[in-house]
Design a protein around this ligand. Structure first.
Ligand SMILES: CC(C)(COP(=O)(O)OP(=O)(O)OC[C@H]1O[C@@H](n2cnc3c(N)ncnc32)[C@H](O)[C@@H]1OP(=O)(O)O)[C@@H](O)C(=O)NCCC(=O)NCCS
Length: 174
């Protein structure tokens, strides 16, 4: 039986994280606004620098989902940096590799991101967005209490296809 865990990704795991993110962008082009080519342009040094710097907390992190020692999922989270956005946190880049789905790692990643944001005084809501039609992600977000507040038509173009984006929020003070 493998052991599942969620923890912040350390700088020395930059290569594994970059590879996981590239796999996500390549295999799930409808799920992320970043294209594979854009991901490719962010080199390993930048990932390392971010993990050791701005993503090392206390108000931003990249969480990793691990099956035993293997990185199989990720979620980024940051608190608003501008004076008037300090009460908001955003989750980005939620991804669990297909072979590790359905084990509760997506839920564990998002729960941990929300729990960490709850610890920060003054953060009142966590926000995220999802491509319309991504039922697995939507079910997960709604199950954890996120509610829809908006829809952007034609938010993204993938090849010839246009996709809407749904916006969701979880109030922490409700
Ligand atoms: C969305 C995603 C992160 C879910 O990860 P996961 O580890 O499989 O999710 P979990 O096993 O923790 O499931 C949690 C909940 O999500 C929902 N869910 C997960 N997969 C589902 C599916 N295929 N269909 C319907 N609901 C699903 C269920 O409500 C589940 O709750 P339950 O366990 O009480 O039934 C994963 O499918 C993924 O990476 N998809 C591709 C990338 C993506 O879409 N990212 C989101 C970008 S906004």
């Amino acid at each position: 039986m493998s052991e599942l865990s969620v923890r912040a990704v350390p700088p020395d795991a930059a290569e594994a994280l970059r590879a996981l993110r590239q796999r996500a962008l390549r295999e799930e082009p409808h799920a992320f606004l970043s294209s594979e080519a854009e991901g490719e342009r962010r080199d390993l040094a930048e990932w390392r620098e971010n993990l050791a710097g701005k993503w090392a907390g206390p108000e931003q992190w990249v969480l990793g989902a691990y099956r035993d020692a293997e990185l199989v999922g990720m979620a980024g989270c940051f608190r608003g940096e501008r004076d008037k956005e300090r009460h908001k946190a955003t989750v980005w880049g939620m991804y669990v590799a297909p072979e590790a789905r359905g084990l509760g790692l997506g839920r564990a990643l998002l729960s941990e991101a929300v729990a960490r944001m709850r610890e920060l005084e003054g953060v009142l809501q966590v926000q995220l967005s999802v491509t319309a039609g991504n039922e697995a992600a939507l079910a997960l977000y709604r199950r954890l209490g996120f509610r829809d507040y908006g829809r952007e038509p034609r938010a993204m173009q993938v090849g010839e296809e246009f996709l809407d984006e749904l916006y969701l929020v979880l109030p922490l003070d409700a």
